[in-house]
Unconditional design. Structure first.
Lengths: 168, 218
């Protein structure tokens, strides 16, 4: 075994992750190669130091917090769970599919409107607008009053006498 | 060279070496928890909470955030137990959930490591302090200076390497379990673990040079 090919295997040897034959071969190499042996020692010490780092113990409250969250799922969580359960009911996909088809058909219907239909609808709207405007003028209270006055045979509007050639 | 034997048998042997729970017991506990038996899930929590908490602590650098993420991890694990096909893979699965939580919350962010003692005194209530022994005797073999040095060296690793370093060197998981957790090939994991180990070694090289042999520790 050459030094170059054994570099990665040194860590695997430390972690007992080598097959027996690889292990034997590497151990033989280390026995006669001071450089690789030194490298192996440094890696081993690094690994031992990392393994000896202080460890935390979970606080007593951690389990209580977990238990509370399991027993009382959050509102969002329960909504998602309910939605998930709802989606797995057999009638929901069928209804959803039917609704989707209706929406698609409606959209297609809207899209298929002929330009002339649109133009005609605009024309009708414009006519209604003008008619309403005129109607507003014709049937305003003032106009109605004057119309009624002019039709009353017992009332002679002042304007009627104006320009009367028989009046002195 | 074979001081620490026992991991050659990959994941299976690794679990037995930890001496915490057999595969049969693990299978029973997971199935019980799936059926809603909280005492079984609590037992699983007792077995794995310390590992998960310390893994999250090394990934985030904060005890408070590690506890929050550990809470999220166990709650999600309980809710998603049905999706775990092989109960004997519970540990890898749990670490993977924890890892996903870290990714979601701290993507691309390096941890700001505070030493455990300082953080405990600053953040924990008296009740928590009394409930949480600072360190067990075997955990206190490193000097504060050396511990700080190594913590910083780990924290400065790129996330890709930090994950595999913590899982291999600190949590002592097998390469197979690590590849399952990070969802990468065994060869890729093996290579990354070595590179991470070399990077940390480079950071502590000067200290190791001054204290060559580590006779005071081992």
């Amino acid at each position: 075994m050459e030094c170059r090919s054994c570099t990665e295997a040194l860590t695997a040897l430390l972690d007992d992750e080598l097959a027996p034959e690889e292990r034997t071969s590497l151990e033989e190499h280390l026995a006669r190669c001071p450089r690789c042996s030194e490298e192996f020692g440094a890696l081993r010490r690094t690994t031992e130091l990392a393994g000896a780092l202080g460890q935390l113990d979970p606080s007593l409250q951690l389990w209580s917090r977990i238990r509370v969250e399991i027993d009382q799922p959050s509102l969002v969580g329960s909504w998602i769970a309910q939605l998930g359960r709802l989606l797995f009911r057999p009638w929901v996909p069928v209804s959803a599919l039917a609704g989707l088809l209706v929406v698609i058909l409606a959209l297609n219907f809207q899209d298929s409107t002929h330009p002339l239909e649109t133009e005609f609808a605009t024309f009708i709207q414009e006519r209604e607008r003008v008619f309403n405007e005129q109607r507003g003028i014709l049937f305003s209270p003032d106009a109605v009053y004057r119309y009624r006055q002019s039709r009353n045979p017992f009332v002679q509007p002042a304007s009627y006498l104006d320009g009367n050639p028989f009046q002195e | 060279l074979s001081e620490r034997g026992g991991r050659t048998g990959k994941a299976e042997t690794g679990r037995k070496r930890l001496g915490e729970v057999s595969n049969t017991e693990l299978d029973r506990l997971v199935r019980g928890a799936r059926q809603g038996r909280m005492e079984d899930f609590h037992r699983l929590y007792e077995i794995y909470s310390r590992k998960i908490l310390n893994y999250l602590y090394r990934m985030t650098g904060s005890r408070e955030e590690a506890e929050d993420l550990a809470q999220d991890t166990f709650v999600l694990a309980f809710k998603k137990l049905d999706s775990l096909k092989d109960p004997t893979k519970f540990q890898s699965w749990l670490f993977r959930i924890a890892q996903n939580n870290v990714y979601q919350k701290y993507r691309g962010k390096k941890p700001q490591i505070e030493s455990i003692d300082r953080e405990e005194s600053a953040e924990l209530s008296d009740l928590q302090k009394s409930a949480t022994p600072p360190k067990s005797p075997e955990d206190s073999v490193l000097s504060e200076e050396l511990e700080r040095l190594i913590e910083n060296a780990i924290a400065e690793l790129p996330e890709k390497y930090r994950v595999v370093f913590v899982l291999s060197a600190v949590q002592r998981l097998s390469y197979l379990e690590i590849s399952e957790i990070v969802d990468r090939s065994l060869a890729s994991v093996k290579s990354d673990i070595h590179r991470a180990r070399v990077a940390v070694r480079d950071k502590v090289k000067d200290y190791l040079g001054e204290n060559y042999g580590m006779s005071k520790l081992y």
